[in-house]
Design a protein around this ligand. Structure first.
Ligand code: SPV
Ligand code: MG
Length: 429
């Protein structure tokens, strides 16, 4: 019997998948190379269903002989093991991020005279149109909440951008770029206290009410949210914060080990700010962990030792204490113009037996690349303020142009067209 190989992610199964399997079955035993979450996350958005659930669906489809894990976007490792006589793939991968993969499949099959067969897609519903429909419907708090843990398992580095409004939520949700072999987008959203406060023209001192921003962002997005919880307040308040965030479907809260009037970390020692005692902060973490009711919610402890010049040893011993207290992640913050101290922390942290995902916020050391951070052991990178910082000067430029010219004509080229702004947010009918 011939062997026919089909690689798929099979997240949203459509008649197109069924047809492909039927056609392939006419030529031999159908083996599905089911892309693992890691393989999918390497080139596009994480699947809605985890691998194990997708596997149950696909192995129970008529005509499927066997399901094997395909650990990479590249079929080649599996093809070399299985040596199929045919590979089936819909005729839609000649361009875009999959074109390189297609060529490698052809070259590999040539080694033993195998053939690539590319049926035309059948008209009608496709996974892409289903994905679009799902995005329009949104998500559920439970699905969204669990997404951060799944991303941490599936991706070497989770990329997060700040949002402070429904509109910036929309940007974080929809903006993407195509690279040679992937579609690159943000994986999650940072609800920054700095930009949330600045948007309301208030200093970043735990004063503004954050619920409107969260609510607006929840409405325009489906990606996981990491909430900047400042100090978490006193422990008695923090436990309520945890429960509120869980109910909303937020995936994680990051609280920083400062007490009293909190000032923004990027002031460093220019502003008077006091670091909390290790014991008191550990107690806050543990109380938060005890208060949470869902298993997916993460409490991430933020270490301010480098910001407050308390030293590397202090940062490392706090890391140990906070993990022991139950923190699900650590954020190490720095406001140095380069990543030297962050890299030193990472090197020392790598020696810990007991580790949790490490978060960094490269606002001042922005020349450091995601690749460098990931290689140093960082799991989450947060671009903490860039949507607001880029918007503000653009608005000031337009305002100045109007003043200078006594009319708005010159500002037009600084603005998006009116027809675009009125249709940016479609009405719901
Ligand atoms: C924020 O974005 O509010 C943060 C990061 O907490 S920082 O501004 O660097 O303190
Ligand atoms: Mg903050």
């Amino acid at each position: 019997m011939n062997k026919v190989y089909i690689a798929m992610s099979a997240d949203l199964v459509t008649p197109g998948h069924v047809r492909l399997i039927q056609e392939a079955g006419k030529l031999g035993d159908v083996i599905i190379g089911l892309l693992t979450d890691r393989a999918v996350a390497g080139y596009q958005r994480l699947p809605y269903m985890p691998y194990e659930e997708r596997k149950i669906v696909i192995e129970n489809m008529v005509g499927v002989k066997e399901v094997v894990a395909q650990e990479t976007l590249d079929h080649v490792p599996n093809l070399l093991k299985i040596k199929p006589d045919f590979v089936f793939h819909r005729d839609d991968w000649n361009t875009g991020v999959l074109r390189g993969t297609r060529q490698r499949v052809i070259d590999t099959l040539n080694q033993w005279g195998g053939k690539l067969i590319e049926p035309e897609p059948i008209p009608g519903i496709t996974s892409t149109s289903l994905t679009q429909a799902i995005r329009e419907v949104g998500t559920t708090p439970m699905m969204r909440q669990g997404m951060l843990k799944r991303l941490l398992e599936a991706k070497p580095l989770v990329r997060v951008i700040e949002a402070h409004s429904g509109l910036t939520g929309l940007i974080s949700e929809t903006v993407f770029v195509e690279t040679d072999n992937s579609v690159r987008e943000f994986d999650g959203i940072w609800l920054s206290s700095l930009t949330d406060s600045a948007l309301k023209a208030k200093p970043d001192i735990e004063y503004v009410d954050r619920m409107t921003s969260i609510s607006d962002i929840l409405e325009t997005t489906t990606k996981p949210i990491i909430f900047d919880g400042d100090t978490g307040g006193v422990t008695e308040h923090f436990v309520f914060m945890v429960r509120t965030l869980e109910r909303l479907g937020v995936s994680a809260v990051i609280i920083e080990d400062k007490k009293g009037l909190k000032r923004n970390s990027l002031f460093g020692t220019d502003a008077s700010q006091v670091q909390d005692d290790v014991e008191a902060f550990s107690q806050k973490i543990s109380s938060g962990k005890n208060a949470q009711v869902t298993s997916d919610f993460m409490i991430i402890a933020r270490i301010e030792s480098l910001i407050l010049k308390a030293g590397m040893d202090d940062a490392l011993s706090r890391a140990q204490a906070y993990i022991a207290a139950g923190a699900n992640g650590l954020m190490i913050h720095s406001k140095e113009p380069n990543a030297d101290e962050i890299m030193t922390f990472c090197r020392e942290y790598a020696k810990f037996d007991d580790r949790v995902p490490l978060v960094v916020v490269p606002s001042t050391y922005s020349q450091t690349t995601e690749r460098e951070l990931s290689e140093a052991g960082v799991s989450i990178v947060i671009y903490a303020n860039h949507l607001l910082r880029s918007a503000y000067p653009a608005m000031v430029r337009a305002a100045k142009s109007i003043l200078q010219n006594g009319r708005a004509a010159e500002a037009e080229e600084l603005c998006m067209p009116i027809k675009d702004i009125i249709s940016l947010i479609p009405e719901r009918t």
